[in-house]
Design a protein around this ligand. Structure first.
Ligand code: ADP
Ligand code: ADP
Length: 224
């Protein structure tokens, strides 16, 4: 069976300084997989290489058996990514921005999945507000909707709960569990060990660009 995500010997340097060194790991379909590590460990760089934002120096990324470079047109539809930085399309309303993103992926601008996402993320009452008027929490929820708008099979979340209040954090994790139950594989990074413990079946730990541990969550926690 294909892995949802299969990373092999991935390398990336910035100006001669390695950010990701020889990273190999695989995520099974249906998993919630946690990527942990201190600041600067290489987590975001790894995610940026999976999403195609950042060029790979060496190695390979496969998504459900498709090469992420050679078969980019296939893999971009299979993956949804929420990057760490809050990026919003400032002068658009949530409604308009979601329609534009649906358009990028060639999915219908109105469909039942879109309505469900809006409902689950509580965006309904805010659809016609422009981005620059949204609270931080609403921006996060919009970014999750945007990452999921084309119904990807793999959702990648980079620090989804950084700077988010307790209630929204709970909502976000409920959302992630729900789509996971429906079959979406999830890769997430977080600073909060207890969140990873509650959410993830397996955890990988990176440090200085290298993988230093990869285990089932319970076993890993028993060791530290
Ligand atoms: P993490 O997400 O684990 O905090 P990053 O992947 O953001 O780690 O960073 C890994 C290393 O790569 C850090 O030393 C960081 O300074 C460096 N780095 C990341 N992106 C860039 C970039 N665009 N240009 C130069 N250095 C970068
Ligand atoms: P250019 O040669 O125009 O600078 P690149 O060499 O960055 O472009 O990328 C060449 C092709 O490979 C592009 O189609 C790009 O989308 C794809 N690509 C580059 N890096 C990645 C990556 N990390 N994951 C997936 N696709 C990538």
């Amino acid at each position: 069976m294909n892995f949802a995500l299969d990373i092999a010997q991935l390398q990336k340097s910035f100006g001669g300084t390695p950010a990701v060194r020889n990273l190999s790991l695989s995520v099974h379909p249906g998993e919630i997989f946690g990527l942990l590590g201190p600041n600067g460990a290489g987590k975001s760089t790894t995610i940026n290489m999976i999403s195609g934002v950042c060029r790979i120096d060496a190695g390979q990324v496969q998504v459900f058996g498709h090469d992420n470079c050679a078969e980019r047109r296939i893999t971009r539809r299979l993956v949804g990514v929420m990057h760490q930085e809050i990026v919003t399309d400032n002068f658009f309303t949530i409604d308009r921005a979601l329609r534009i993103h649906a358009g990028y992926y060639g999915v219908p601008r109105d469909n039942a999945w879109r309505e469900l996402l809006i409902e689950r993320l509580g965006l309904g009452p805010h659809l016609h507000k422009s981005m620059n008027k949204l609270s931080g929490g609403l921006k996060r929820r919009f970014m999750v909707a945007k990452a999921m708008i084309h119904k990807p099979r793999l959702l990648i979340l980079d620090e989804p709960t950084a700077g988010v209040d307790v209630e929204l954090r709970r909502n976000l994790w409920d959302f992630v569990r729900e789509i996971n139950r429906e079959g979406v594989t999830v890769l997430l990074t977080t600073h909060y060990l207890e969140e990873a413990e509650q959410m993830c079946g397996r955890i990988a730990i990176m440090n200085h660009g290298e993988l230093i541990a990869l285990e089932e969550t319970a076993r890993l926690l028993a060791r530290i």
